[in-house]
Design a protein around this ligand. Sequence first.
Ligand code: NAI
Length: 411
Amino acid sequence: MNDRAELDAARYRKISIEGGRLNVPDHAIVPYIEGDGVGPEIWEATSMVLRTAVRCAYNGERSVRFVEVLAGLKAQIQCGNPLPAETLAAFREYVVGIKGPLETPVGGGIRSLNVAIRQALDLYACVRPVKYRPGVPSPLRYPERVDVVIFRENTEDVYAGIEYPAGSGMVDDLRELIGPAIAGDSAVGLKIMSREASKRLVRKAIQYALDNGRRSVTLVHKGNIMKHTEGAFRNWGYEVARDEFPGRVVEEGDSKEGHGRANEGTIVIKDRIADNMMQQLLLHPEEYDVIATPNLNGDYISDLVAAEVGGLGIAPGANVGTGCAVFEATHGTAPDLAGKGRANPCSLILSGVMMLEHLGWKEAASLLEKALEHVIGGGVLTDDLAGGRGVSTWEFAQALAGAVADAGAGW
Ligand code: NAI
């Protein structure tokens, strides 16, 4: 962010948090990470479309200035570090950011940059809304029944990064402590699940459900097997509902309608075992609404549900904490598509829509969302959704920006 001082001095201002509330200036600065692989292509498309939506919604009275911060391969080349401290500092300071996908080599060596960003900024909730959009090919017979918002715990579980390779001294120590359940040639990873982190995630999911008129929150866990971790997540979740939302959250057994809303202004809370939930989301998606779940379950479930409504190319996401929020494409760097200009930019664009909603710029968010449905409904699709015969990333973005600009005239 070399031109930061210049930006701050000009009409663009920082977004800040005051008294726990987001304070958004009319002309806001948002740092972005371009990302690896298809990142630069989808970011170019996304930034153009987001700026167009804001300009058209507010006739220039509001605008956003995206300022690049480095991470991934670009940062490695320019700074010798894939995640410079300056990048994390910028997200903390500017409160809201957006990012493309970052590559993580499999196996030893570099830890996932995405996980590192989430942990460093304490972005404890990964929020992924997934719903069907007419015109998008789906493997389901009734894809319109899918409309869920997944709240995935983002900082703990087996993703905490506490792992020891086979043959290491730490594994020997653990074997001595625990006994022969750890075989001599084992690698060991620890599953961490705390009361505080579990509760704040479920609290956020319940509050979201209440604020947005949703019907239910489902706690998804594998507590039948992992009683003290996943089972505790379930119990802590119910505790939050009972202790912190009395009269507003009804337990499933006490609800007359089961998966339906108990009464106006209240929601139902229920729980499902993770493996059962996989088939439930395929067979009866209409019975599920907001989902709160630990990290690993959430990772699996997010991709499963995304596939039901068109795949990773179209599923948006946000990582939200108390201090800041980073919006990101849910897919990876798609190395098979990188540099070809054929990737679907919708995941990052829809993450941008979530960001606009987060800023309270609902007119721009709604304009872009409607334009997207109009364009996709009109058959303008990228290769992933058009059996390899789609438009390019940039052509899609242009069609979308055109639809945004034409919206005033009606479609
Ligand atoms: P991936 O999501 O990059 O690709 C999986 C499949 O989905 C590929 O066939 C790809 O072509 C397709 N796909 C992904 N994005 C698409 C798009 N926008 N348009 C059309 N098709 C798309 O997952 P993969 O291959 O497992 O991971 C590649 C790299 O990305 C790895 O280094 C991984 O660690 C990283 N990754 C990063 C994430 C992030 O930054 N949040 C999330 C997931 C993976």
